[in-house]
Design a protein around this ligand. Structure first.
Ligand code: ADP
Length: 502
C-alpha cells in the first residue's frame, strides 16, 4: 500500500528559531519607523538652522550699513574721541533700525550680547577704536564685504568696508565688524540637544512599535507553529489552529490547514483500523492452516484420510487468503480511480446484458429477470472492468444471500442525467441497523455464515469506493427475512459518440 509511505513519520531535527520571522519584521519595521522620523527631523533641523543663519547674515549686513552711516555723520577726519562719543551717543533703536531687537540695552551692551565687535580704523589702517579687545587682522578694503569664517570652530562673519563722508566725496576711515553669532549658536546647540533627546525617545518608541506590530501580525503564524508542534508530538492530537474573527488571508490559511489536519487524522485512524482489520482477518485462516499442518506433522503422514482432509482444508484457506489479498488490493486501487481512469468510457447497457447472461448460465437453478427501460445504449465515464466488478459483487451477494426463493431481478433505467441499475433478491435481507454498516470494510452481518460462503466483508466497500470515484453512488433497501434491493447510479456521459459510429 503505497499510501503508507507517504505518511511516513520523520522525526524533525530541532528547528531553527521559530520566532525569527517575527524578530526580522520587528527589526525592519523599527528601522523603517526610526529612519522615517530621523530623516524628516534632520531635514527640518537643517531648514530651520539654514533659515536662521541667513537671518543672521541679513542682520550683519544691516548693522554694518547702519554703523557706516552713523560714522559718516562725523564728516571730518576721524579721531578716537569723535568715534567714541559717536558710539556713546547712538541708541540701539537708531543703529539697529530694521533689526530684531535684542532688548532695550544701550548700543554697546547690545553689541556685547550679540558677540559683535566693531573696530574703526583711520585712512592709514591704524586702529582708532574697538568695542572689545581683539586680535583679528585688518586689511584695507576699498569695498564693503562680508566673509564667512570660523572662530573657535564656530561659524562667524567678518564684515567691513570704507567709511565715506556724507557726500561720499572723501574717505574717513575703515570699519570692521566681527560677528560671533552668539544667539545663533545658542539656539542651534539647544535645537541639537532637543533633537538628540527626541531621537533617543523615538528610537525606543519605534522599536516598541515595530516589534509590537510584528508580533501582532504574526500571531496567527505563531499559533500555527504551536499547533504543528502539538501535532508533531501526537499525530492524532485534537489541537487545531484557533480561527480569529477577523477575516484575512491568515484566517483562510488557518481554515485550510485545519481541514488538512482533520483529513490527515481521519486518514491515520482509517489506516490504523485497516491494518488492525486485515491482521484480524488473516489470523483465522493462518490459524486453521497452522492447525492442519501440525496435525499432518504428527499423524497425517501415516493416515491417508487425515492427509487428504487436512490438505483440502488448507488449500481452501489459502484460496481464501488469496481472495482476501486480491480484494484488499482492489479496494486500495478503487480509492484512486479518479486519477487513473478519467477518460474511460463504458457502454452500460451492454455490460449489464452481458453480466445478466453470464449469471443465467452460472446459476441455472436461479430465475433471473431483466427489466430494461432503455431503448438505446448509454455511456458512462467508468472503466469497463470496474463496472463489471460492481455488478458481479452485487449479483454474487444476491445469489449468496438468497434463501428459498431463487429469484433475482435486474433492472436498468434512466432518470435525469443518471443511469440507475437495481439488483433485487428475495433472500435473508437485513435489519435497518445493518443496512448502515454493510458498506464498511470487513463488516458482515453474520460473520460465520458469511465466511462459509466465502465472504470477507470487502465486496460492498469496493463497490462503494469505486462508485464514489466515478461520482456515482449506491443505496440499499432491505427487509429482514424478505430480501434486499441494491440501487446504483452513475452520471450519464452526454453527447458521447463512440468511435465505431464516427
Ligand atoms: P461479503 O463478502 O461478506 O458478502 P460484502 O461487503 O459484499 O461482503 O457484504 C457485506 C455484508 O452485507 C454481507 O456479509 C452480508 O451480511 C450483507 N449483505 C450483502 N448483500 C446482501 C444481500 N443481498 N442480502 C442480504 N445481506 C447482504
Amino acid at each position: 500500500h503505497n499510501t503508507m509511505r507517504r505518511i511516513n513519520y520523520m522525526p524533525t531535527k530541532k528547528r531553527g528559531n521559530p520566532k525569527s520571522i517575527r524578530w526580522k519584521w520587528g527589526f525592519l519595521l523599527s528601522i523603517a519607523f526610526f529612519l522615517l522620523y530621523f530623516l524628516s527631523a534632520l531635514f527640518m533641523l537643517n531648514v530651520y538652522t539654514g533659515y536662521h543663519y541667513d537671518e543672521q547674515k541679513d542682520e550683519a549686513e544691516n548693522l554694518l550699513y547702519s554703523v557706516q552711516t552713523a560714522l559718516s555723520e562725523i564728516d571730518t577726519k576721524l579721531s578716537v574721541n569723535s568715534v567714541e562719543s559717536m558710539f556713546e551717543k547712538i541708541s540701539v533703536s537708531t543703529v539697529t533700525k530694521g533689526l530684531q531687537s535684542v532688548g532695550n540695552y544701550p548700543f554697546l551692551e547690545d553689541l556685547k550680547n550679540r558677540g559683535a565687535n566693531i573696530r574703526v580704523f583711520d585712512t592709514e589702517g591704524q586702529l582708532l577704536y574697538e568695542t572689545q579687545k581683539s586680535y583679528t587682522t585688518f586689511i584695507k578694503n576699498p569695498d564693503t564685504y562680508l566673509r564667512e569664517t570660523k572662530l573657535n570652530n564656530l561659524e562667524a562673519f567678518v564684515a567691513g568696508g570704507p567709511i565715506l563722508s556724507k557726500e561720499e566725496s572723501f574717505l574717513l576711515g575703515y570699519v570692521q565688524i566681527v560677528f560671533r553669532l552668539n544667539d545663533y549658536h545658542t539656539v542651534v546647540s539647544q535645537m541639537k540637544q532637543y533633537f538628540w533627546l527626541v531621537t533617543a525617545i523615538v528610537l525606543v518608541l519605534s522599536a516598541a512599535a515595530g516589534y509590537g506590530i510584528a508580533i501582532y501580525f504574526f500571531r496567527p503564524i505563531k499559533q500555527m507553529v504551536d499547533t504543528m508542534d502539538a501535532i508533531e508530538e501526537d499525530t492524532l492530537s485534537e489541537t487545531r489552529i484557533k480561527i480569529s474573527k477577523s477575516k484575512d488571508e491568515f484566517t483562510d490559511l488557518s481554515v485550510h490547514i485545519n481541514g488538512l489536519l482533520d483529513k490527515m487524522a481521519l486518514y491515520v485512524t482509517q489506516q490504523k483500523q485497516f491494518v488492525e482489520d486485515v491482521s484480524h482477518e488473516l489470523r483465522t485462516p493462518t490459524a486453521i492452516v497452522e492447525g492442519h499442518l501440525k496435525l499432518l506433522n504428527r499423524w497425517g503422514k501415516e493416515d491417508p484420510q487425515i492427509l487428504d482432509e487436512s490438505l483440502a482444508a488448507s488449500l481452501t484457506e489459502i484460496q481464501r487468503m488469496k481472495t482476501l489479498v486480491q480484494e484488499m488490493l482492489d479496494l486500495s486501487r478503487a480509492e484512486q480511480v479518479e486519477i487513473h481512469y478519467k477518460n474511460e468510457v463504458t457502454p452500460i447497457r451492454n455490460v449489464v446484458l452481458h453480466t445478466f447472461h453470464n449469471f443465467k448460465m452460472l446459476y441455472p437453478d436461479f430465475v433471473f429477470n431483466l427489466d430494461d427501460d432503455l431503448n438505446r445504449e448509454i455511456y458512462v465515464n467508468i472503466y469497463r472492468n470496474h463496472f463489471e466488478q460492481i455488478l458481479v459483487i452485487l449479483m454474487d451477494n444476491a445469489v449468496k444471500y438468497s434463501t428459498d426463493r431463487h429469484e433475482i431481478h435486474l433492472s436498468i433505467s434512466e432518470s435525469m442525467s443518471y443511469v440507475q441499475i437495481a439488483i433485487q433478491d428475495f433472500g435473508e435481507g437485513m435489519s435497518q441497523e445493518d443496512q448502515q454498516k454493510i458498506f464498511s470494510r470487513f463488516y458482515r452481518v453474520d460473520k460465520a455464515r458469511s465466511r462459509n460462503k466465502g465472504g470477507n466483508g470487502l465486496g460492498l466497500s469496493i463497490a462503494k469506493e469505486l462508485l464514489e470515484g466515478y461520482k456515482g453512488d449506491i443505496t440499499v433497501e432491505s427487509v429482514l427475512g424478505h430480501g434486499s434491493v441494491f440501487r446504483i447510479q452513475l452520471p450519464i456521459l452526454k453527447n458521447y459518440v463512440p468511435d465505431e459510429e464516427l
